[in-house]
Ligand binder design. Structure first.
Ligand code: MEV
Length: 338
């Protein structure tokens, strides 16, 4: 029985635009998905998943995604969760050269599904790591990131960047621009997350931005402007001492860029009333900046605030189901039990 875990993430800047080759800076956070893989003697895959912000479910299927349990959760979320696990198993089988390998898989996660915190990337990265290790063919974090990207790419019909999967595999803050992915140094930024209890449909949201961008030059310019914000944010991060507590001047500069980034994401139609009201609650509470994180449509916002004020304000904000401080996860994918 092999257990691996991988972290979720927040986007400091750059989601959506990264799909079109602009840079993005996601940061791994200490909320993890843990996947257990145990090889079976047949070619079946049995998945047990609890705490995925779904009521726990158990499903036995033969590798086809069409086979579903009768559980009381939104079908699209369940389809998505099963699709990602199925894709992770396919990647592990291919990487290990064992196309008929069967597994008992258990997934436990404290990252809400489809909420912009990289739940699917974390499950896929941890899943490929656990399954390949269980077959005696461990991969490096970069190979895992690449396999996990291919899995997400398949499930999301080619509409995925490398950002979520690379960040989850490597940990820390990363910079992704097309196929160019690297870890970057940042101070320990004081992230606060607000969660509206809902989820967005990543595929539909990405497709919506693609259509806007194709139809209007100003939407295409908006995507480029998000890239400009990221470049400016990187410049600011480069001036910071990664080993010191971030100074409030640095947080103010990054916060301004986050606010700008949120405005542009709203213009591209991927915010939601619940996300906007959490963003404003955070700003009113004194956060240096706040923006939605991930695909949007519902789910989470991320704010910068070293004080307890934003977390407290969010916990009293109508439409905010959960508010918590998110520590930067310096470690990416890791083995919990060999
Ligand atoms: C989703 O977490 C982030 C998006 O930029 C899609 C992607 O990068 O694959 C919206």
């Amino acid at each position: 029985m092999t257990v691996c875990s991988a972290p979720g993430k927040v986007y400091l800047f750059g989601e959506h635009a990264v799909v079109y080759g602009e840079p993005a800076v996601p940061c791994a956070i200490e909320r993890r998905a843990r996947v257990t893989a145990e090889p079976r003697s047949d070619d079946h895959v049995r998945v047990e998943a609890e705490d995925l912000s779904l009521d726990g479910f158990t499903v036995e299927y033969d590798g086809a995604v069409g086979d579903h349990p009768d559980v009381d959760v939104e079908r699209s979320l369940l389809d998505a969760a099963m699709g990602y696990i199925d894709a992770a198993v396919s990647q592990a089988r291919e990487a290990a050269g064992e196309p008929d390998a069967g597994f008992d898989i258990a997934v436990e996660s404290d990252i809400p599904l489809g909420a912009g915190l990289g739940s699917s990337a974390a499950v896929v990265v941890a899943g490929i790591d656990a399954a390949t290790r269980a077959l005696g063919e461990p991969l490096s974090p970069r190979e895992l990131a690449d396999r996990a990207y291919r899995a997400e790419y398949d499930v999301q019909d080619g509409q995925a960047s490398r950002a979520d999967t690379f960040c989850s595999a490597m940990g820390g803050a990363v910079r992704v621009e097309g196929d160019d992915c690297e870890r970057i140094k940042t101070p320990n930024l004081p992230f606060v997350v607000g969660f509206d209890g809902g989820a967005g449909d990543t595929g539909a949201l990405v497709a919506g931005v693609r259509e806007l961008k194709a139809e209007y030059d100003f939407a295409a310019d908006t995507v480029t402007s998000i890239g400009d914000i990221v470049r400016e944010g990187e410049r600011i991060l480069e001036t910071a001492d990664p080993d010191a507590e971030p100074e409030s001047e640095l947080l103010a500069e990054l916060g301004d860029l986050m606010n700008f980034n949120h405005g542009l994401l709203s213009a591209l139609g991927v915010s939601a009333r619940s996300l906007d009201s959490m963003v404003w609650a955070a700003r009113d509470a004194g956060a240096h900046g706040a923006k939605l994180t991930g695909a949007g449509g519902g789910g989470c916002i991320v704010a910068l605030d070293p004080t307890p004020e934003t977390e407290t304000a969010l916990s009293f904000t109508q439409g905010c189901a959960d508010a918590f401080r998110a520590e930067l996860a310096t470690e990416g994918v890791r083995v919990e039990a060999p």
